[in-house]
Design a protein around this ligand. Structure first.
Ligand code: G6Q
Length: 546
């Protein structure tokens, strides 16, 4: 296991040296720190100078990546080997955005021709709908698209549609419904006209309870209003790997966009799962998103280790997670349109690396995936930043800031940017007792009051953060940013020795929900259940029957 290597032990020892160091002192000692600990790739600038690291730290972390054999795992990924070993699958999301001549194979067969064929179909279809040429059953153009999907079949396109709102046309609105809670679908449908609404049923397996329940209710809504099952062909398309189930649902396989079992759900935005985004921003812009991700892929594959942005980002996470005993990672975009980005990354990171056994099934004795969370600044500053500044826990923060806004509104953007920079600065420098005292004295406070208030006004500082700058939140920049985090998660998974591409942890709850659902109708189904769940079932039924 990686924790048995000398590289790991060296880092354990090194943390003890670094933990007592002051970031401010490190900067005072070496003002060029932000040049040495800064990287540029694919339009992203990563300033990682506000981390508790020095050259030795980086060297030791890079040695750890070598001990984990990262280079050969990258090769296995690129070669289409079944790196998703528990599901026996290749992991080829890089093929979906492969804009160059690299060959990708799964099970020895080329995948690129299929990828290109589906992208071509997406171009034709999105062009038809966006231009108004695709007509609904009653001959009217489509004004609203509703994506029905959940998890990996929803979070990516939903996040990206929001992120790229400035590229959308008001003539075509895209909505997302994922929750099986009827409130989600009902509230979206309430404002829509079935004659001008198109549904995309996005489900890799086409067996997911939430998506199929929503799809059936949407089909009922459509047919009730349009009165003929022939309408389904004009108002429903599917994105799936399961042709038979799509047909059985009543969707014409001609209206199905294919993808493949070597695309993991949370890595599928780049496939036809991105169709809602292609409809929202057009296929040329969608291509730019793929271009940005592809550029980051090539950077990850070819850049030397010390210059490799996803590798460095991943190693910094490992530094705190495994040597500083920090169990969390905040993602704070200073861009309102990136509001869904933390949620999206939560799945990419936590579903990928939230594992407790190695790829070979051995129980792991060190921390793996952190708790990832966040929300946009400046709002976050007025909710949970108190804990990040003055709480007892260390929370490393990734700040993400586009330097130019799409919205030229007075001095809003200057204020937004100033806040982002100030938060990172405050976390690093804190406020000493002397500084706090001077401020209170200047405010004319009595000595007794100063003594009472002083401990509350001190900020410990020395709290780590990364700053990621992009010029502007374009499709290209978003593609590069997402791919950066995907590869970061891969790096960490390799070092922890886990399979980052399965998600068995979501199975048990699904199975039990199926059983409990049957138990609502037939007590015998849950006769063997525990007392607590049995009591809750009784309470639910009593209320549901009134
Ligand atoms: C992602 C997971 C999961 C999946 C959903 C939806 O990596 O596999 O989030 O995307 O459970 O599954 P379907 O696309 O099969 O409906």
């Amino acid at each position: 296991m990686i924790s048995d290597t000398s590289a790991w032990r060296a880092l354990e020892k090194h943390w003890k040296d670094m933990a007592g160091q002051s970031l401010l002192a490190l900067f005072n000692h070496d003002p060029s720190r932000c040049t040495r600990f800064g990287l540029d790739a694919c339009g992203i600038h990563l300033d990682f100078s506000k981390n508790l690291i020095n050259e030795e730290t980086l060297g030791l972390l890079l040695a750890l990546a070598e001990s984990a054999d990262l280079a050969s795992w990258k090769e296995r990924l690129l070669a289409g080997e079944t790196v998703n070993n528990t599901e026996g699958r290749s992991v080829l999301h890089m093929a979906l955005r492969n804009r160059g001549g690299r060959a990708y194979h799964a099970g020895g067969a080329d995948v690129m021709s299929g990828v290109r064929a589906v992208l071509d179909r997406m171009r034709v279809f999105s062009g038809e709908v966006r231009s108004g040429r695709w007509l609904g059953y009653t001959g009217r153009s489509i004004t609203d698209v509703v994506s029905l999907g959940i998890g990996g079949s929803s979070l990516g396109p939903k996040m990206a549609c929001q992120a790229l709102r400035p590229y959308q046309t008001p003539a075509l609105r895209v909505h997302f419904v994922s929750n099986v809670d009827g409130a989600d679908l009902s509230q979206v449908l309430a404002a829509l006209d079935p004659e001008t609404t198109m549904f995309i049923v996005a489900s890799k397996t086409f067996t997911t309870q939430e998506t199929l329940t929503n799809a059936k209710s949407a089909r009922d809504w459509c047919l009730t209003k349009l009165g003929n099952s022939a309408a389904v062909a004009r108002h429903f398309v599917a994105v799936s790997t399961n042709r038979d189930a799509v047909s059985a649902f009543g969707i014409d396989p001609k209206n199905m966009f294919e993808f493949w079992d070597w695309v993991g759900g949370r890595y599928s935005l780049w496939s036809a799962i991105g169709l809602p985004l292609a409809l929202a921003i057009g296929m040329d812009r969608f291509d730019e998103l793929l271009d940005g991700a592809h550029a980051m892929d090539e950077h990850f594959i070819t850049a030397p280790a010390s210059q490799n942005m996803p590798l460095i980002l991943g190693l910094l996470g490992i530094w705190y997670n495994n040597f500083g005993a920090v169990s969390t990672q905040a993602i704070i975009p200073y861009d309102q349109n990136l509001r869904d980005f933390p949620t999206y990354l939560q799945q990419v990171d936590m579903e990928s690396n939230g594992k407790r056994v190695t790829r070979d099934g051995e129980l792991i004795g060190y921390a793996t995936g952190p708790v990832v969370w966040g929300q946009p600044g400046t709002d976050a500053q007025h909710s949970f930043f108190q804990l990040i500044h003055q709480g007892t826990r260390i929370v490393p923060v990734d700040f993400i800031l586009p330097l130019r806004s799409h919205h030229l509104l007075g001095d809003h953007h200057a204020k937004l940017a100033a806040n982002a920079l100030a938060q990172a600065q405050a976390l690093m420098r804190g406020r000493t007792e002397g500084e706090a005292r001077a401020e209170l004295e200047a405010a004319g406070m009595s000595p007794d009051d100063i003594e009472a208030l002083l401990p509350h006004r001190v900020f410990p500082g020395n709290r780590p953060s990364n700053m990621l700058l992009v010029d502007q939140l374009t499709p290209y920049a978003l593609g590069a940013l997402i791919a950066l985090y995907e590869h970061k998660v891969f790096v960490q998974g390799v070092i922890w020795g886990v399979n980052s591409f399965d998600q068995w942890g979501v199975e048990l709850g699904k199975q039990l929900a199926g059983k409990i659902l049957k138990g609502f109708a037939d007590e015998a189904e849950v006769a063997d259940t525990d007392a607590s769940t049995a009591d809750l079932i009784v309470r639910y039924k009593a209320m549901a029957e009134t």
